[in-house]
Ligand binder design. Structure first.
Ligand SMILES: Cc1cc2nc3c(=O)[nH]c(=O)nc-3n(C[C@H](O)[C@H](O)[C@H](O)COP(=O)(O)OP(=O)(O)OC[C@H]3O[C@@H](n4cnc5c(N)ncnc54)[C@H](O)[C@@H]3O)c2cc1C
Length: 416
C-alpha cells in the first residue's frame, strides 16, 4: 500500500479495493487480508451502527466462522439462539423449521446485532498489517484505464481519495454505486412487499421469536433480549395509506396482531420509531468487468424473506476469496477468474431468489390481500409439519444451510 503526501489529492494503491463494509465486504476483506493480500475496505458510514439491518447469522455462516476458528469468540458477544422457527397462523402455532438436527455447534440461528458482527470481523481483520478499513469514505466513481476498472474515487472528510487496485470489488449493497457506474445491467425481479420495522420492549413470559400470520396481517417477531424487533410486512406502496390513517390506528394494528404487546404499543411515540424499508429483488446479468467484481446485494438484492441475505452475502465473499486469493497473490488475475466467482454463486443466488419470490407471491401476498375474513387456519400442508416433525428439517436445511454452502479454502497468513 502507498500514500501520497498530504496536500495533493490523496491516493492509495493496493491489491484489492472493496467498496462497502457490510457483511460481504467485511468478510472478503478479512479473508483476503488473512491470506496475506493487501486490502482496502471503504465504508461510507462512520460506524457500523444501523438500526434494523438484518441481524440473523444462520448455521451456514456459523459453520464458516467455526472453520475460521472464530466461532467461540463470536458467540461470546450478546446474542439469542433460535433453534426452531415457529409461526402462529390464526391461533395455531406451527413449527416450520427445526435446526436442532444440524451439528450442535451450528444448530441454531444466532440473532446478533449486525454491527457487532461487523465490528468483530473488523477487529480480526485489523490484526493483519495488510488490512486497511477507511470509514466515512463514500465511493462516488470508478477509475477506468484502457477499458479496465483500475480503482475507485471516494469522498472523505479529508477530501477526495483515489484508491487504485488490481481488483475493485463492489460490495456496496442493493443501491450499489459501483454497479451503476460500471454500467452493469440489472435484472429487476420485483417484490410485492415492503416492511415497517420497529422495536417494543420484551417482558419475561413473552413468546419466543416467530411469525404471526392473520387475515391481512403478517408480522415477524424477533426476540432481542430486552426488546422485540418487529417486522410488519405490508403490500408494496401501501405505506402512505397506513401512515395517513395515523399512529393510533397503526398501534391498534400491532396490538391486534400481537395481543401480548397491547399494553406496550404506546412505546411507538412517533413515526420516527417506525422505519419503512423498501424491499427489492434483483440481480446483475454479469457480475464483473475487467478489474471489477460485484458481490452480495450489489450483485443480487435479496428480500428479507427467510433472513438469508446476510448469509448469502457472506457466502459470496467466501467463494470470491477461495477463487481469487491465489491469482491476486501471484499477480495473475484475469477476467476469467472473476467469471468463475459468478459461475460459482449464480446457482445458489437464483434458487434462493426463486424461493423468496415463491414465498412472497404464494404465501405473503395472499395473506395481505385477505382482509375480508376474520379467522384463518394453517393450510393442510403446513399442518403436516406439526404431525411429522421430521418435515421441519427441510425448511431448516433450505433456510439455515442453503444451496451449495461454501467452505473456507483460502489460507491463513500469520497474524501480527
Ligand atoms: C427490510 C430488509 C430486512 C432484511 N432482513 C434481513 C435479515 O433479517 N437477515 C438477513 O440475512 N438479511 C436480511 N435482509 C437482507 C440483507 O440486509 C442483505 O442481503 C445483506 O445485508 C447484504 O449484505 P451486503 O454486504 O451485500 O450489503 P449491505 O449489508 O447493504 O452493506 C453494504 C455496505 O456498503 C456501504 N456502502 C453503500 N454505498 C457505499 C458507497 N458509495 N461507498 C462506501 N460504502 C458504501 C453501506 O453503508 C453498507 O455498510 C434484509 C433486507 C431488507 C431490505
Amino acid at each position: 500500500m502507498s500514500t501520497d503526501a498530504p496536500g495533493a489529492a490523496r491516493a492509495l494503491s493496493t491489491t484489492c479495493c472493496i467498496a462497502g463494509g457490510g457483511p460481504a465486504g467485511m468478510m472478503l476483506g478479512y479473508l483476503l487480508a488473512r491470506a496475506g493480500i493487501d486490502v482496502v475496505v471503504l465504508e461510507k458510514h462512520a460506524d457500523f451502527l444501523r438500526d434494523f439491518r438484518g441481524d440473523t447469522i444462520h448455521p451456514s455462516t456459523l459453520e464458516m466462522m467455526d472453520e475460521l476458528g472464530l466461532l467461540d469468540d463470536l458467540l461470546k458477544l450478546p446474542h439469542n439462539k433460535v433453534p426452531k422457527l415457529q409461526v402462529t397462523i390464526g391461533s395455531t402455532p406451527v413449527t416450520i423449521a427445526d435446526f436442532t438436527f444440524l451439528p450442535p455447534r451450528h444448530a441454531f440461528i444466532a440473532l446478533m446485532p449486525q454491527w457487532d458482527f461487523l465490528d468483530f470481523l473488523a477487529d480480526r481483520a485489523r490484526l493483519y498489517p495488510n488490512f486497511k478499513l477507511i470509514m466515512q469514505a463514500n465511493v462516488t466513481d470508478l477509475i477506468e484505464e484502457g477499458g479496465r476498472i483500475a480503482g475507485v474515487r471516494a469522498t472523505t472528510p479529508e477530501g477526495t481519495l483515489d484508491v487504485r487496485a488490481k481488483l475493485t470489488v463492489g460490495a456496496d449493497g442493493r443501491k450499489s454505486i459501483v454497479r451503476a457506474k460500471a454500467g452493469l445491467e440489472v435484472e429487476d425481479i420485483g417484490a410485492p412487499i415492503d416492511v415497517f420495522w420497529m422495536r417494543i420492549s420484551r417482558l419475561p413470559g413473552d413468546p419466543p421469536t416467530g411469525g404471526r400470520i392473520a387475515p391481512g396481517s403478517f408480522f415477524a417477531v424477533l426476540d432481542r433480549g430486552d426488546y422485540f424487533q418487529l417486522a410488519y410486512v405490508i403490500a408494496k406502496g401501501s405505506a402512505e395509506r397506513i401512515m395517513q390513517a395515523g399512529l393510533p390506528a397503526f398501534r391498534q394494528i400491532v396490538a391486534k396482531a400481537l395481543p401480548f404487546l397491547a399494553d406496550r404499543v404506546d412505546e411507538l411515540k412517533s413515526w420516527d420509531d417506525v422505519k419503512l424499508l423498501s424491499v427489492s429483488i434483483d440481480r446483475l446479468r454479469t457480475w464483473y468487468r475487467p478489474g471489477l467484481l460485484c458481490i452480495g446485494d450489489a450483485a443480487h438484492a435479496m428480500s428479507p424473506v427467510g433472513g438469508v441475505g446476510i448469509n448469502l452475502a457472506v457466502q459470496d465473499a467466501v467463494a470470491a476469496a477461495n477463487i481469487l486469493w491465489k491469482p491476486l497473490k501471484d499477480g495473475t488475475l484475469t477476467t476469467f477468474d472473476l467469471a468463475r466467482v459468478q459461475h460459482r454463486r449464480t446457482f445458489p443466488t437464483r434458487v434462493t431468489q426463486r424461493l423468496q419470490v415463491l414465498a412472497q407471491n404464494r404465501v405473503v401476498a395472499p395473506v395481505l390481500r385477505n382482509t375480508g375474513s376474520t379467522t384463518m387456519a394453517p393450510p393442510w400442508v403446513v399442518r403436516l409439519f406439526n404431525r411429522f416433525p421430521l418435515l421441519q428439517r427441510i425448511p431448516a436445511r433450505i433456510v439455515g444451510v442453503g444451496v451449495r454452502p461454501e467452505h473456507i479454502r483460502s489460507p491463513a497468513a500469520p497474524v501480527r
